[in-house]
Design a protein around this ligand. Structure first.
Ligand code: ME8
Length: 494
């Protein structure tokens, strides 16, 4: 099966923080899981480079917006490389081929009467790049981010949301388009009160010109959303587009639900395209009670954590610590605790002591047996539960399922004590443990791919978890292999 997955396109007015890494790591874990399940995956990410916020950020740095975009899109790319993100395409909204699609779509919507000429009088929140109506006019702050809004009054083109309101409401009610489920009512209420949307900016000089005579630029959100189409060849590479559209899952943070659950499907309905399977909105990382964000000055740099702990512990923490969909409070203590208890004590220790036993008791060769019925059964049940959780995008629960096997194997080692002379079935015990470890490694590979690969090589299992995929779970481990030098993959942190 094909599987098309996307992240939001991040603004390049500043550098990435933990929040941006979160969405991208989540999408990467799911993409890797689907590939190991045998799917043909297309994973799209990239950067959102136009708009007023970018223009102002560039001005503040005495740069041209394009220069700032060039610099920061490279920063995002570099971080994704260091985090092991396996995207298939990184799209920048300043690419001419994207710009062309945006202009063509705008023209088509205009032609079909989905856009009409009008005027906007109201407020605009530049940090959110959003038209907003502050509740309390005397305050003049954005109802979402609580920052100061600007009053604007300008002629504009508007997207006729009213035209699709009922169809979309029906679809949202009857499908799993809005995820998690607990967001459905909130989105339906939002849709019911959503006015038609301005899709041009008159005085923002950094954007894609609209194909109309007035010289407006296209509103940055319309430009950005269309990346999900242009990134897989809409209006340019039909075969690619037909193969992957519609997206199976689109990951977003809960801050951009309105754009993805309402405006985006309205555009798609207007274009006559099928809607994505799921838009999954995850929660926020907070510091104390505040959303982590650059402009609040409370952002944690992923680099510092990666330098201290390594890339995989960072990936693991993000997806294990907080149920996907809910908010989570970040603290270095919780990071360290999670690292020491799960990765060092449970998982790393299991691999380390088992390999040590193979070295000292088996002359470094994994015995060749067949897995005990009990363990083979437990593996099959664990994988079943794990994949169900992965299908539900419940990452932390999927890891918990795999962990049941880790915990079982540690207990099994303790109770059968193959280091004792009296242990009569040492070969079977150690074979079983190795078989169990192989299966845990397969399930953990989407989350911590490089550590798993290092362990896989150390144990001299053939090929790699990603080459083998989950089909390997159905097969026995062929023993008789000589293991490699033991190394500590997760060292305890004080
Ligand atoms: O909104 N916790 O870009 P953006 C969790 N360009 N996730 C967070 C987060 C936090 N504290 N902070 C940011 C935009 N994120 C638009 C998107 S898409 C066509 C255009 C993540 O740079 C989360 O995924 O502000 C959120 O939705 C995204 O970064 C916003 O990134």
């Amino acid at each position: 099966m094909k599987f098309y997955i996307t992240t939001p396109l991040y603004y390049v007015n500043d550098k990435p923080h933990i929040g941006h890494s979160y969405t991208t790591v989540a999408a990467d874990a799911l993409a890797r899981f689907r590939r190991m399940s045998g799917d043909d995956v297309f994973f799209l990410t990239g950067t959102d480079e136009h708009g007023q916020k970018m223009l102002e950020a560039a001005r503040n740095r005495e740069m041209l917006p394009r220069q700032l975009a060039d610099i920061n899109s490279e920063v995002f790319k570099g971080l994704w490389k260091d985090l092991g993100i396996s995207y298939d395409r990184f799209i920048r909204t300043t690419e001419p081929r994207h710009e062309e699609v945006v202009r063509k779509v705008f023209a088509k919507l205009l032609e079909n009467g989905d856009l009409y000429r009008g005027e906007y009088r109201g407020y605009y929140c530049t940090p959110c790049e959003a038209y907003v109506q502050p509740g309390d006019e005397s305050e003049c702050v954005c109802p979402d981010c609580k920052r100061k809004v600007n009053e604007i009054s300008e002629p504009s083109y508007l997207l006729n949301i009213s035209r699709y309101r009922e169809r979309l409401a029906k679809h949202i009610s009857e499908s799993s388009f809005v995820k998690p489920d607990f967001r459905k009512n909130e989105v339906l209420n939002m849709l019911a009160g959503m006015p038609d949307l301005c899709v041009t900016r008159k005085n923002v000089d950094w954007g894609i010109p609209s194909p109309t005579p007035e010289g407006y630029n296209i509103y940055v959100w319309i430009d950005a959303l269309l990346n999900y189409l242009s990134g897989i060849g809409y209006l340019s590479d039909n075969a690619l587009f037909e193969k992957y559209w519609p997206a199976n899952v689109q990951f977003i943070g809960k801050d951009i639900i309105k754009f993805h659950d309402i405006i985006w499907p309205v555009i798609l309905l207007a274009l006559g395209l099928p809607l994505p399977g799921k838009i999954f909105a995850h929660g926020w990382w907070t510091v104390g009670k505040d959303k982590m964000s650059k402009s609040k000055g409370n952002a944690i740099d992923p680099r510092s954590l990666m330098e201290e702990y390594g890339r995989d512990p960072f990936r693991f923490f993000l997806l294990r610590e907080v149920p996907f969909g809910l908010d989570g409070e970040y603290s270095e203590e919780s990071f360290k605790k999670r690292y020491n208890s799960d990765l060092v004590n449970d998982f790393g220790n299991l691999v380390n002591r088992s390999l040590n036993l193979i070295e000292t008791r088996m002359g470094g060769v994994i015995p060749d047996r067949s897995p005990s019925e009990e363990l083979a059964g437990l593996t099959a049940r664990t994988f079943d539960a794990y994949s169900r959780k992965m299908d539900e995008v419940a990452f932390s629960e999927a890891i918990e399922e795999a962990w049941k096997l880790v915990v079982h194997l540690n207990k099994f080692l303790d109770s059968s004590a193959p280091w004792r002379e009296e242990c009569l079935n040492r070969e079977q015990v150690l074979y079983d443990v190795m078989y169990g470890i192989r299966n845990v490694l397969l399930m953990m590979s989407p989350f911590i791919p490089s550590s798993v690969l290092a362990m896989w090589k150390m144990l001299a299992f053939p090929a790699s978890p990603e080459e083998e995929g989950f089909d390997l779970l159905k097969k026995k481990l062929d023993g008789g292999i000589r293991t490699n030098r033991r190394e500590i993959i997760f060292a305890r942190k004080k």
